[in-house]
Design a binder for this molecule. Structure first.
Ligand code: AMP
Length: 281
């Protein structure tokens, strides 16, 4: 497995593959890798000739400085896991390489930027769009792999490729969970054992949306779910929203929707956990 830190080196290395028509699969990450990330790598390996993983904790997508500073970093372990998974190339640039100067580019991400994560983390998706656009220009992948765990981010990336006329094919990959149902996340490493065990309540709660729908109690779900989670004093729900899976518009009744997604963000102390569940109607 090759590890490259600078743009000029990765460009000339990958040009060799591109000129021979080899297919490049790309998995952008912020490191502190877990089995969810490695699943994306495995899917990419099956579908491409070469798989590139980037590790870069992107400062422009953090609206909270403390969250950026406390974000887990574990390069040595990450490289070991990637090598064992059979990743071909890791791109690990530093901040100066990716941001030689302050970045002001603004993407027109439309209304999907304004709800849920966008509302509670102002500027977050502009930061995501800036870095993913840069990485796509550097790696020039045929296929790029993103997890449904970050459901809204996936919608933003799909919009990004449209507005930038990019030819990158965006592949959406299923959420990988711990055995207690908690969605795997780099941030889970900041939870205590008790918090980790209790955090199963997030998924077990949103999973009940389908029962509420079956029992014609859709309109009662959100407040029930909020109370159910907040009753445990380890947790404070930041938002719970039910949106149309395609355009992310808030769903107030189920008519005229093919698929809905319930998205949630919950604080456990200072650790912010997100999850979602999609229901096809
Ligand atoms: P991150 O390092 O958190 O930026 O995540 C890098 C990629 O891995 C993103 O596309 C995430 O959606 C994806 N990812 C993170 N956690 C999971 C998970 N539990 N299941 C599936 N994909 C995930």
């Amino acid at each position: 497995m090759k590890v490259i830190n600078n743009i000029s080196e990765i460009t000339s290395y990958l040009n060799g593959f591109i000129s021979t028509g080899k297919k490049i699969g790309f998995v952008p990450t912020m490191g502190a890798l877990h089995f969810g990330h490695l699943t994306l790598v495995n899917i990419s390996k099956e579908q491409n000739d070469i798989t590139v993983v980037s590790i870069f904790v992107n400062p422009t997508q953090f609206n909270d400085k403390q969250d950026f500073e406390k974000y887990p970093r574990n390069t040595e372990e990450d490289l070991k896991k990637l090598s064992e998974t059979g990743c071909d190339l890791v791109f690990m640039p530093n901040e100066k390489e990716m941001y030689p100067e302050k970045e002001f580019k603004k993407f027109n991400l439309g209304k999907i930027e304004e709800v849920m994560e966008g509302r509670f983390r102002p500027g977050h998706f502009q930061g995501v769009a800036i870095i993913v656009n840069k990485l796509f220009e550097i790696v020039k992948p045929n296929n790029a792999y993103f997890g449904q765990k970050d459901f809204q981010q996936l919608a933003i990336i799909k919009r990004l490729v449209i507005i930038t006329n990019s030819t990158v094919n965006i592949i959406s990959c299923p959420i990988i969970r711990e055995s207690n149902g908690l969605a795997m996340s780099s941030r889970n490493s900041r939870l205590s054992k008790t918090e980790f065990d209790n955090a199963s309540i997030i998924y077990s709660t949103i999973k009940q949306l389908s029962d509420f729908i079956e029992n014609n109690k859709f309109s009662e779900f959100k407040s029930w779910a909020l109370n159910n989670i907040n009753a445990n004093n380890l947790f404070k729900t930041e938002y719970i929203e039910i949106v149309d899976s395609k355009n992310l518009e808030i769903v107030t009744n189920l008519k005229n929707h093919e698929s809905i997604t319930c998205c949630i963000a919950v604080f456990c102390g200072q650790v912010r956990l997100i999850d979602n569940i999609q229901i096809n109607l």
